[in-house]
Ligand binder design. Structure first.
Ligand code: NAD
Ligand code: MG
Length: 384
């Protein structure tokens, strides 16, 4: 039995995680959850499980939730997320599932590693901004980090039983997002609604926009570099519009191992939750009678400048990744609030990165300071 500490329970990944917990009640015990803006959903989840802790946005929400659940410990803010991540420090069956969106997931990840708690990570921004800190801590502690992100989960599956020193490259597939068939000229007039309709996946709003700009693929390349300790030169994106092959590992002998399945996050989530076991998952199996072809196309970096920028930021290193992420979080928020156009996301992120003087190996405090400054500058300028 695993005890689950779930950050971001009310989001797309969080809800699918809870679905799996409900399907396998003899395998998992949900101990604690966090939410941010959807109190109703938190109350619904809280009523179904006997939780020990709920983490909410602020003091005010904490009072509301306390009324409903007087016997559950209620915490709030970024500190609350950290308390949740390290709740019951000596629980040897405890696993943290980090399904938060944004770099707010970094500190709780660090807290869990410090108490030697394994982490199932959906929250890729954690590795984008703090991959160097996370990897350094993982070396000192017993905690393990397992990926939920479908591409990384596929790579992890394709590495089972293999000698990872014999890997030549990782091929990360990309659907191309909601605007994959549009030219850059056509992008000038796209709307928020267009951007939010992803052809293959049903996900949270931020990652859906990140997929449309392909910043998501850039983040995933950085994520893969930290997770698998592979040189970024050997991590290659590839457009594969069907999202059937979730990624591939190329070995020195020329063999390429791919993981395939219908695009449904419940598979990578359950693979991570049950690892090293495999179980019957909730997804519909692939039916090759219905798949007439699988398509592949090289990535055009001029079409997707943020993908190129993410790779460049990783190569520059240091605090450039923090700026990349902070500017992107701010710009995507502005776009979701219909304050800027789709192409302005790129403009804002490119501009922030170009104006930054990098700090080598930024500390956690430096990362948080830079993140705050960059976001403030962007919001002050555009949030009118
Ligand atoms: P989502 O927006 O649906 O959910 C995010 C969760 O985080 C919610 O519970 C929300 O309440 C909480 N949250 C948001 N801002 C917060 C804040 N400032 N403080 C505390 N909590 C906050 O997002 P999602 O689509 O579930 O994605 C979660 C993470 O998983 C992201 O990093 C995303 O890139 C990654 N991911 C998602 C998918 C997917 O299919 N949704 C696939 C692969 C990777
Ligand atoms: Mg992914």
């Amino acid at each position: 039995m695993k005890n689950i500490y779930l950050l971001g329970a009310t989001g797309s990944i969080g809800i699918q995680t809870i679905e799996i917990i409900e399907e396998y009640p003899e395998e998992f015990n949900l101990i604690a959850i966090s939410g941010y803006s959807n109190l109703e959903k938190l109350i619904e989840i809280g009523s179904k499980f006997s939780l020990e802790m709920i983490s909410v946005k602020d003091n005010h929400d904490a009072d509301v939730i306390k009324e409903v659940f007087p016997d559950i410990q209620i915490v709030f803010g970024e500190e609350g997320l950290c308390e949740l991540a390290k709740l019951n420090e000596n629980d040897e069956d405890g696993v943290l599932i980090n399904a938060l969106v944004g770099m707010v997931g970094l500190k709780p990840t660090i807290e869990a590693i410090k108490i030697d708690r394994d982490i199932l990570l959906a929250n890729k921004e954690t590795l984008v901004v703090g991959g160097h800190l996370v990897n350094a801590l993982l070396k000192e502690h017993d905690a393990k980090l397992y990926p939920i992100d479908s591409e990384h989960n596929a790579i992890w599956q394709a590495m089972q039983g293999e000698d990872t020193k014999k890997i030549k490259s990782l091929i990360i597939t990309a659907s191309g997002g909601s605007f994959r068939d549009k030219t850059r000229d056509e992008l000038k007039s796209v709307t928020l609604k267009d951007a939010l309709s992803h052809p293959n996946w049903n996900m949270g709003n931020k990652i859906t926009i990140d997929s449309a700009t392909m910043m998501n693929k850039g983040f995933e390349i950085i994520e893969a570099a930290y997770l698998f300790n592979i040189s970024i030169e050997n991590i290659k994106p590839l457009i594969h519009k069907e999202s059937i092959i979730h990624s591939m590992v190329e070995y020195v002998d020329g063999s390429i191992i791919a993981q395939m399945a219908n695009p449904d996050m419940r598979l990578p989530i359950s693979y991570a939750m049950f690892y090293p076991k495999r179980i019957k998952s909730l997804i519909e199996p692939l039916n090759f009678d219905k798949i007439s072809s699988l398509n592949f196309k090289p990535v055009d970096y001029d079409r997707y400048p943020l993908l190129k920028l993410a790779i460049d930021c990783f190569k520059i290193g240091g605090s450039h990744r923090t700026v990349l992420n902070a500017a992107n979080e701010a710009a995507v928020k502005l776009f979701l609030n219909e304050k800027i156009s789709f192409l302005q996301i790129e403009e804002i992120v490119l501009n922030a990165v170009q104006n930054h003087q990098t700090i080598v190996d930024p500390s956690l405090e430096e990362i948080y300071d830079i993140d705050k400054t960059i976001k403030k500058e962007i919001f002050d300028r555009y949030n009118k």
